[in-house]
Design a protein around this ligand. Structure first.
Ligand code: NAD
Length: 296
């Protein structure tokens, strides 16, 4: 049994922390929202009154926060994680954030001689609850080895992507593929409708042909062919368009800094921005088919 500090007990962090409690660890959690702390206490966690109280003396500290600025503040601020953490601790940031922030915080931890990894996840709230998340981990080999047993309590697939920041790089590259491929599949179904081709027929053919991809075969954006996809429940998420837009923006930022050419990523970001700004931020990201059908 280890002592773990968990910062950010929201939609993802709450169930992830619960799985660490279930695994027998002593987990002290901190969140700005009292309701999140109360829920955490209800599943056997120890709520803390301040971030430093959750971090001091912990063998591992896990953070699951909204964005890069929250992570920088939590780690680098006065009364923050780096100031309070024991030198033997491993720090694990599971938030999805920009590569630069991940590297800056990782470097600050290294300067203090504390092991740290960036470990963003794929799998959503369902995966967090079931303990089946995929972790994409960036950081030194020793930090990865130290973090792995804790990640195994919360996920099924744990991949060491490389040096600090490469976990975030893997996450945004993967989600750029997802955003672009979802739009491609939506456009194909919208075109098929105009051409008088049945949804199921297109699915039967493309799922066995070169158009095959996850957005088609697991997350089909029209109702029918894949009964578990959000299209069958009026695009209730799932993975919201706002989350997809966040990840596409991170990919574009990284692309610009790195001097990479990602024109389809840029176009996907613009389309998801249009969709979200029309009031659909909370809709599943596959719901963009509705906009693509109607767009002139
Ligand atoms: P959320 O908004 O539900 O949870 C974030 C929590 O952090 C909130 O409870 C908030 O009060 C807390 N918080 C913010 N600042 C804090 C601080 N300084 N100290 C303590 N607590 C603080 O968000 P979420 O859906 O749990 O997502 C968290 C991260 O996981 C994001 O980076 C997101 O992109 C990523 N992610 C989410 C999903 C998903 O399906 N929800 C999937 C993959 C990755």
């Amino acid at each position: 049994m280890a002592r773990i500090g968990f910062i950010g007990l929201g939609n993802m962090g709450g169930p992830m922390a619960a799985n660490l409690v279930k695994a027998g660890h002593e987990v002290t959690g901190y969140d700005l929202v009292q309701a999140a702390l109360d829920k955490f206490a209800g599943i056997g966690g120890r709520p803390a009154a301040a971030m430093a109280d959750a971090v001091a003396g912990a063998d591992a500290v896990v953070t699951m926060l909204p964005a890069g600025q929250h992570v920088r503040d939590a780690y680098l601020g006065s009364g923050g994680i780096l100031a309070a953490a024991a030198t033997h601790a491993v720090l694990i940031d599971c938030s999805t954030i920009d590569v630069d922030s991940a590297r800056a915080v990782g470097a600050a931890a290294a300067e203090r001689g504390i092991a740290m990894v960036d470990a963003p996840v794929s799998g959503g709230v369902g995966g967090a609850e079931a303990g089946t998340l995929t972790f994409m981990v960036g950081g030194p080999e020793n930090a990865f080895a130290q973090a792995k047993p804790y990640l195994e309590c919360m996920g099924k697939t744990i991949v060491h992507a490389g040096a600090s920041g490469t976990g975030q790089a893997a996450k945004i590259c993967n989600n750029m593929i997802l955003g672009i491929s979802m739009i491609a599949v939506c456009e194909a179904f919208a075109l098929a409708e105009k051409l008088g081709l049945d949804h199921q027929k297109l699915f039967d053919i493309s799922s066995k042909s070169s158009g095959q991809c996850w957005s088609l075969t697991t997350y089909c954006p029209v109702p029918g062919p894949v009964p578990t996809s959000p299209a069958n429940r009026d695009y209730k998420p799932g993975f919201t368009a706002a989350m997809m837009l966040k990840d596409l923006r991170l990919a574009q930022e990284a692309s610009q800094v790195a001097g990479a050419q990602t024109p389809l990523g840029a176009h996907a970001q613009a389309l998801y921005a249009e969709f979200a700004e029309a009031g659909n931020g909370g809709v599943d990201f596959s719901g963009i088919i509705k906009m693509l059908r109607e767009r002139r």
